[in-house]
Design a protein around this ligand. Structure first.
Ligand SMILES: Cc1ncc(COP(=O)(O)O)c(C=O)c1O
Length: 688
């Protein structure tokens, strides 16, 4: 019979925390913080041994003594090279399987630990964790790996964050068998139960005082969760994993990144300029939006979160085709669904059952959807929705807020209105977001003439409480229809779109972009009575019923609904969002770096000391980020394929770029003078 593996929890612990020095031995409702974790682990059925790994710093003597006095082994090693401390502890205990835990998790639960170990054993993996993505609160973190993996990491990891945080090298290693353990629902990744700051300590004290009244423990996850809820304890509000971002930041320098070779991009542009006006098919994909000589102009291939340009440079893509690739490029299952469908013909002479199936699925997922019509682009959908609203109400004017596509009815309201007849331009009227009085004023200025209010329910600015409800009330009071343009928010903010997130149901809504993960498809959904107007109003085009894109969309919706894509997007998006903020603050740039919006799609910018938009500093930051292998425009377009190695690469690029920007400011250098190309100027801005 095979020898049973010796499973050892190694708890890293030290007194020298920067944010809460001495926390490990601080009192937590009558006993040291460390002891809470040790006691909880007594409830584990999977662990054979628990060992405390602390440093040789004299201040950590107290930790080693406490462990020994309470019957645990204590191992002491390097303070910074925690990875080597793990090796010492693994050797001292003859561990075959290591469970990595940190002492700052006094609200850990033995069943959580056991679930991850059991999943690891069952999968025969090299590494398993429940942190990628988080489905339990921060502070319930468990990582399990083999002694062999630890040895490999020890041999290969460079000094710095990889050694300080023990497992980044393993987590980035794509050749090993890794398991992401997702705990059963409900998932609660936004909860913070680890102790880093004084207010975290207060929270844990409060919860433990409550738990202690229930008995001696150990307590399982559900019991702790119910204590958290019933005790009314308020969790700390510090950024989760701040230390990790700071250690990546520390590694960065302020030097200029070397230029990329973009020779072939330049050659293709020369050819393109002879035959393609504007140099690209989509306005925001043109070289004019990027720094010439810095950003590639032509891409050749994409896989997951990564794209390769025509010169062979690789980038983590934070544009993702302007949002469609929610699951990442070349997604196998989606492509197979579309391909299989196309193999049996896909532009048919009559309707196809898949249209009905997809429409049924959308009606189930989207609150306002009783019926559906399909299109190819977002602009097909918004134009169709406005056409139907005009036909339904018998009115002509529309109020618009946000960007709604290239067609006459809308684009005439922007500075890119060349070619749009004046008579058409006069029928659409922009109104500002989050200002219901302005909308009221606009609709009152042409009583009984507005067919619709069409708006992005949210983009980078969140609706003020009650705003969307008020918009709906005003719109209906004026006899108009409310259309939510969810081309971007739809699917990126969740399956039911922003209307589900904010609980306001419009009459009609438009979806597109992410719907087919890059396969071209969009739709108009809405209230039956209004949608029936499609039987009269003419909205019809040859490829609207292309079933290969519909097969792709069916698969995308299925993956989004049943898989872990959203959890992965939130995990990656949170890292980029929080990491950028932490690093900007660490460089003293938090007053001039702005980041706002949903974590799956936030907008970043720089402002000057007076708060005025500063495109030159933004361009310098983008130049440095791009040259370190990140393709970026003005937002972080997060996809589910952004894994640990991609997010680490992006965070490292951010760190260098912030340092470079800070250096320019300290030296009084104009950012333009460190730029290798002109600052791109957007030709129009539709979003306020
Ligand atoms: C909110 C919104 N509506 C409509 C559109 C138009 O979509 P498309 O470019 O697919 O025609 C866009 C495109 O970016 C958009 O962001």
């Amino acid at each position: 019979m095979a020898k049973k593996s010796h499973i050892v929890a190694i708890i890293q612990a030290r007194m020298g925390s920067t944010r809460l020095p001495g926390k490990t031995m601080m009192d937590l409702a009558g006993t040291p913080l460390l002891n809470r974790l040790l006691t909880q682990l007594k409830g584990s059925n999977q662990l054979d041994e628990v060992v405390v790994a602390t440093s040789t710093d004299p201040a950590d003597e107290v930790i080693a003594r406490f462990a020994k006095e309470n019957g645990y082994k204590a191992v002491r090693g390097s303070e910074q090279d925690v990875l080597s401390r793990y090796v010492l502890a693994a050797d001292a205990t003859k561990a075959d399987i290591i469970v990595r835990l940190t002492a700052d998790c006094p609200l850990h639960s033995p069943d959580t630990v056991d679930e991850v170990i059991a999943a690891f054993l069952k999968a025969k993996a090299d590494y398993a964790s429940n942190t990628s993505p988080y489905t339990r609160p921060d502070g319930q973190d468990v990582e399990v790996f083999t002694r062999r993996m630890l040895g490999q990491a020890h041999a290969a990891a460079e000094p710095g964050p990889d050694r300080e945080h023990v497992t980044p090298w393993i987590r980035r290693n794509t050749t090993i068998s890794k398991l992401d353990v997702l705990h059963p629902l409900p998932h609660c990744p936004a909860l913070r139960w680890s102790v880093d700051h004084p207010n975290d300590l207060e929270f844990a004290r409060h919860v433990w005082s409550f738990l202690d009244k229930r008995g001696p423990g150990p307590f399982n996850f559900e019991e702790i969760m119910s204590a958290v809820t019933q005790s009314g304890a308020k969790q700390g509000n510090a950024i989760i994993n701040e230390g990790f971002y700071l250690s990546i930041f520390k590694q960065a320098n302020a030097e200029a990144a070397p230029p990329l070779t973009l020779t072939k991009s330049a050659e293709w542009l020369e050819r393109s300029e002879q035959v393609i006006p504007g140099g690209a098919q989509t306005y925001s994909k043109s070289w004019r939006h990027h720094i010439r000589g810095v950003t590639p102009i032509f891409l050749e291939s994409g896989s997951g979160a990564i794209v390769t340009d025509v010169d062979g440079n690789q980038y983590v893509d934070l544009i993702q085709g302007l949002l469609p690739n929610i699951l990442g490029y070349a997604h196998d299952e989606v492509n197979r669904a579309a391909h299989d469908c196309a193999c049996h013909g896909h532009s048919f002479s009559l309707a196809h059952p898949i249209e009905v199936e997809l429409a049924e699925g959308l009606c189930r997922l989207i609150p306002c959807a009783d019926m559906v019509r399909f299109g190819k682009n977002g602009s097909d959908a918004t134009a169709g929705a406005v056409r139907v609203a005009r036909a339904y109400t018998g009115r002509e004017h529309v109020a618009v807020c946000g960007y709604h596509g290239w067609q006459d009815w809308y684009i005439g309201t922007t500075s890119r209105s060349a070619g749009v007849p004046k008579a058409v331009r006069e029928l659409a009227h922009p109104f500002p977001y989050n200002d219901h009085n302005a909308l009221e004023g606009l609709l009152s200025s042409k009583t009984n003439q507005f067919a619709a209010v069409i708006m992005e329910p949210a983009n980078f600015v969140w609706p003020e409480p009650g705003y969307l409800e008020k918009v709906k009330e005003i719109t209906h009071r004026h006899g108009a229809l409310l259309i939510f343009d969810e081309i971007c928010s739809g699917f990126h903010f969740g399956l039911g779109g922003a209307q589900k997130l904010f609980g306001v149901t419009p009459d009609l809504a438009t979806f597109g972009k992410a719907m087919g993960n890059g396969w071209p498809i969009s739709c108009i959904v809405g209230r039956r009575e209004v949608m029936k107007i499609f039987e009269e109003a003419f909205v019809s085009f040859t490829f609207a019923g292309d079933v290969s894109a519909m097969a792709a969309a069916m698969k995308v919706l299925d993956i989004l609904e049943t898989g872990d894509a959203y959890a992965r997007m939130t995990a990656a998006g949170t890292k980029l969002f929080d990491g950028a903020r932490v690093m900007a603050a660490a460089e003293g740039l938090d007053d001039v770096f702005r980041l706002k919006g949903h974590q799956h799609w936030p907008l970043f910018s720089f402002v000057d000391d007076k708060g005025v938009d500063d495109p030159a500093t933004r361009a310098l930051w983008v130049q440095e980020v791009t040259r370190r292998g990140v393709l970026i425009l003005t937002t972080f377009n997060v996809c589910a394929a952004l894994d640990e190695s991609s997010t680490t690469k992006v965070l490292s690029a951010f760190a260098h770029a912030f340092k470079r920007v800070a250096k320019a400011r300290k030296l009084g250098v104009r950012p333009e003078s460190w730029l290798d190309g002109p600052v791109p100027v957007p030709a129009f801005r539709a979003r306020g």
